[in-house]
Design a protein around this ligand. Structure first.
Ligand code: IPE
Ligand code: IPE
Ligand code: MG
Length: 225
């Protein structure tokens, strides 16, 4: 039986959950953050070493300003309030995506959180922020070209944000939507994909455990028979 090393999650459905339950998309985002905390704990319990969470895409800038501002404030308060706890639990934080588009104080907090947790070994928590897979791949190819290195799978791997990180074994997308939305297109080429009908705030430890157990029973071929 295969145990997953790396789980990636597209945390979708906060807005719809918020409208249905609190008449506010933003309150859905706030509720979604509680699921994030529960799923991080559960990831450690299940002995999974890498967790990648899609928190903000390069396309999400198209949302109304007040929603973007709310998401940035949530991120900032998460960084202020939770980093010590993550650190005490042996969690190392890594950001993928172009954070230069974020306000300076958030960039500063993200960098200091990564520095602070750098030595931790229990779990690598990878947060995708202003992340877009197409721009990640284009940047990798540009760097390879300027450095005049040959282009092959392993050189492309080395120039992606995810350098050195094993590809996700499992991709979960909540929110009853079956698409990838520009997330890890290269890295997910052989991942097992689970689309979940529940909205992200309703996704719980049992749903997560069920997916892990299903994964363990899958015969992964990688082209072989
Ligand atoms: C995903 O939930 C969270 C982010 C994109 C930050 P959505 O905000 O996309 O929720 P829905 O899909 O509109 O319900
Ligand atoms: C994907 O969700 C991005 C994140 C979860 C951060 P979206 O809700 O933005 O995706 P689309 O636009 O519906 O495909
Ligand atoms: Mg959505």
């Amino acid at each position: 039986m295969n145990s997953p090393k790396h789980v990636a999650i597209i945390m979708d459905g906060n807005g719809r959950w918020g409208i249905t339950n609190k008449k506010s998309r933003n309150l859905g985002h706030k509720e979604g953050l509680k699921t994030v905390e529960r799923i991080i704990k559960s990831t450690i319990k299940n002995n999974i070493k890498y967790l990648t969470l899609y928190a903000f895409s390069t396309e999400n800038w198209k949302r109304p300003y007040f929603e973007i501002k709310f998401l940035l404030n949530l991120l900032e308060s998460f960084l202020n309030e939770k980093i010590d706890e993550l650190n005490e639990n042996g969690i190392k934080l890594k950001i993928i995506g172009d954070i230069k588009k974020f306000p300076n104080k958030i960039q500063f907090r993200l960098k200091s959180a990564q520095r602070k947790t750098d030595k931790n070994k229990k779990l690598l928590l990878i947060l995708a922020l202003n992340y877009g897979s197409k721009s990640e791949i284009i940047n990798a190819i540009k760097s390879i070209k300027t450095k005049k290195i040959i282009i092959n799978e392993s050189t492309v791997d080395r120039f992606l944000y995810t350098k050195g990180i094993p590809n996700p074994d499992i991709l979960i997308r909540t929110g009853n939507t079956n698409r990838l939305s520009n997330f890890l297109l290269w890295q997910l080429s052989y991942s097992e994909i689970f689309f979940v009908k529940k909205m992200w705030p309703d996704f719980n430890e049992r749903d997560y455990k069920n997916i892990i157990e299903k994964f363990k029973k899958i015969k992964r071929n990688f082209g072989k028979i």
